[in-house]
Each structure stands twice: as structure tokens, then as C-alpha cells.
Design a protein around this ligand. Sequence first.
Ligand code: ZN
Length: 298
Amino acid sequence: MTTEPAREPPPPGFRWPDRIRAAAFFSFDMDAEAAMLADHPEVVDYLDVIAHQRYGPQVAVPRILRLLDRVGLRTTFFIPGWVAETWPDLARSVRDAGHEIGHHGYRHESVRGVDEATEIGYLEGGLSALDEVLGVRPTGYRAPSWDMNFRTPALLARYGFRYDSGLMDSDHPYRLATGPGPDAATLIELPCHWSLDDWNRYNYVPGLTGTGVIGRPSEVVAAWAEELDAIVAVGGIFSLTIHPFVSGRPARAEALEILIRRAAAIDGLWLASGDEIAARVEGLDLPPVHHARPDTTG
Ligand code: ZN
């Protein structure tokens, strides 16, 4: 079987390994109760909402680990530090299954409008929790809710992260500069998009999140398969963001497994974890991209 060339030329300097024409990054954000508590602190008293979120650690994560074992996929779980502390045995089961553990905040905090000391506190809180519970120093970061400010990339570099996954300005991984100058530190960015997130396809908690329209699993993965085929055609990265409490329900997990098996059957598509993809891209001579804050003073 021959690998088809990409439909479009790749960005300057960009090249996948030989015989690879695109990558698929099936990533899991193990939010448990943390995302809902961060967005809606009042739910700490709502048993119904907390139980809805606990479906993730209680049922969905073990099911997804079995699924990943069946399909033979090692990938990345982004885990808020507080979730690792709250569900330590579960977090260790993810680590012990061989998956990469990435940073996902401490309590899934947004960094919009916070000062630098506060943001550093979130970063350090997540790092120390992952260290204490798992003995892991993560190299990958995914911002909770993908919220970032213009300071975040430099802080990530300062704390030794090698890649971020969450910006939406590219079809391909790229080298993200943390400042404007030629000496600024860089990270690898593994871009994402809202179209490839299960939350807005399925999740509904009345009055708190979602529209009440709950996608049919076969139709949701059909939409993702269209995105996958088109990304493969341009030689990019398909980053699917999956929340266990959302996609770990039986029909959704079954549909996800069908999608992963479909991806694995695509000639030249590399299914890999974030650290594997970032390590590959780090070796390329890519021009750094610096995102400057827009100048609105003129
Ligand atoms: Zn999250």
C-alpha cells in the first residue's frame, strides 16, 4: 500500500516521519468533578451534579482504559492535580496502563483575568499534586477549558513544559515562541478545535452546561470521521478531546472505539500520544510563531 501525498503543501519546514502523512491524537481530559466545580462553585452542594461528574472516575475511566487496551493505543490523559489527589488509585491506574499524564491545572482554573502569581499557583499546585500522587513530572500541558492568556506560554516554558495542546490557529503542530525575540524559549503546540471536543456534542446538565441537544453517538463520530479524513488529506493533526464522564457512557464509548479502529486502518495515519508527537516535531526546523497581544491603542 502506498501512502498518498497530502492534498496541500505542508507549512515551511514541516515534515512527518517517513511513511506518515498525518497524526491522530486521541486525548483524554480527566476532569471528574473539577471542571464543573470551577465553573459553578455552587454545585459543591448539589449531589445530583456531583454524581453526574463522578460517573467519570467510577465507571468511565476504567471502561476507557479497557477500550484503549483492546485497541492497543497509548495516549495522553490530562489530569487536574486536585483530581489526582481525590482519585489517587484511579490516576495511578492510568499511569500504570502506560499512558502519558499531562498537566490540566490544579482545580481546573481559568487563567483569564488572573495575575501572574495566581497563575503560577495553579501551575505549581498541579505539578506538586501529580508529583506526590503519581511521581510524574509532566511535559505536556492543556489549559483548563483551553483558556490561556498571553503570559501563559512563557510560564509553561519556565516550568519545563515541552508542549501545549489547545490553541486553534493551525492544522499542523508548530513551534510556539514565548516572546518576540530570537532567543525566546519555545514550546511545541499541538492544536485543537471545538469541533473535536465531545463536551459540546453530548454534555447536558440542566441550567449549567449544554443546550439540551444530545448528539447521537453514531452521528457524532460520523462528524469526527469527516474532520479526520479532511485533516489527513491536508497532512495535519487530528486532536480529539474526550472527557471520560462524557464519552465513557456505553453507546458513546462503543462509537469512540469504532472511530479509533477506523483511524488505525487509515494508511499513513500515526496514532500517538502528545509527548510522542511533540518529540517528533521538536526535531524539525520550524520557524517560531509568536502570538503578540493585539494592539488596540491606535
Ligand atoms: Zn478539562
